[in-house]
Write a protein that binds this ligand. Sequence first.
Ligand SMILES: Cc1cc2nc3c(=O)[nH]c(=O)nc-3n(C[C@H](O)[C@H](O)[C@H](O)COP(=O)(O)OP(=O)(O)OC[C@H]3O[C@@H](n4cnc5c(N)ncnc54)[C@H](O)[C@@H]3O)c2cc1C
Length: 291
Amino acid sequence: MESVQYHAPQSLEEAVPLLKQARQTPSRILAGGTDLLIQMRAGVKSPEMLIDIKKIPETTGFEIGADEIRLGAAVPSAVMDESPELHQQLPGVVEGMELIGSTQVQGRATPGGNLCNASPAGDGAPAMIASSGQCVVFGPNGVRTIPVEEVCTAPGRTSLADDEFIQEFRFPTPKAGQADAYLRFIPRNEMDIAVVGVAANITVDAGGICTAAKVTLGAVGPTVVIATEVAELLVGTKLDDATLEKAAEIASGLGSPISDKRGTAEFRHRIAGVLTRRVIKIAATRAGERL
Ligand SMILES: Cc1cc2nc3c(=O)[nH]c(=O)nc-3n(C[C@H](O)[C@H](O)[C@H](O)COP(=O)(O)OP(=O)(O)OC[C@H]3O[C@@H](n4cnc5c(N)ncnc54)[C@H](O)[C@@H]3O)c2cc1C
């Protein structure tokens, strides 16, 4: 690895001149480094400057408000997993992050890094999108807010400019009767990349009728697939077995998965259906418990 300039600004203000410099100097934002440092060692990425954002308070805390949940982009997944409040409010978002790698990796891996690494198989994005997450993007000209689904544009690519980073995520605080869930399939018990990952955010009323739904599929295309047809099917139903079978059938036809050593495209299509049925059930059960 070539030597690189390392900067760790202590505030958003201190980050501004560095971000301006990043317009000219090939640079990367550093969060946990569990993707970036490996890519640098492998020579896949060779930034001349690293901007470590973990000392910026806005990126490292979280706050659960009555209407909105704020999650710093550089909060490690282990910290998310240790929070009963986050488990209570956004269990699916936590599930997407807490299954990453090993205990050591979880002490470093962050939701901002997971999203901005832009792996089609990243576990963080499906639930963040299903739970209507927004990204607060910081740059020298201030902040802008974009939906999580607008960040990844292709494998390894994001819509962020060289002089921007995600400061935090914001989620609407789930209402009574609303909950999310995330499930993935991997060939091993842990330490592997999702063959398929599916998230659901489901709202039910006191009669058990689904009043709102969002379902997302990871690893079946270059970026997360939002399964609008599945959501439309679910709303107005009691999420009975026949509806879930139909949801699975629709989900298994979505995306354009690849075939690789972890599974063929045909297998991924089939697993997408199975996981969709299961994850909707889990989210709906949780939603019912929140009435
Ligand atoms: C052993 C091992 C197992 C793993 N298992 C999994 C797994 O099961 N599932 C999974 O999804 N991933 C897995 N990963 C990949 C990795 O741990 C995750 O993607 C992790 O969430 C990355 O977060 P990070 O903070 O370490 O990112 P970093 O490595 O710091 O950054 C990743 C990329 O995002 C950019 N970036 C970071 N933060 C921001 C920000 N706030 N704004 C803009 N750009 C930013 C960086 O410049 C870099 O390009 C694994 C990695 C290892 C080493």
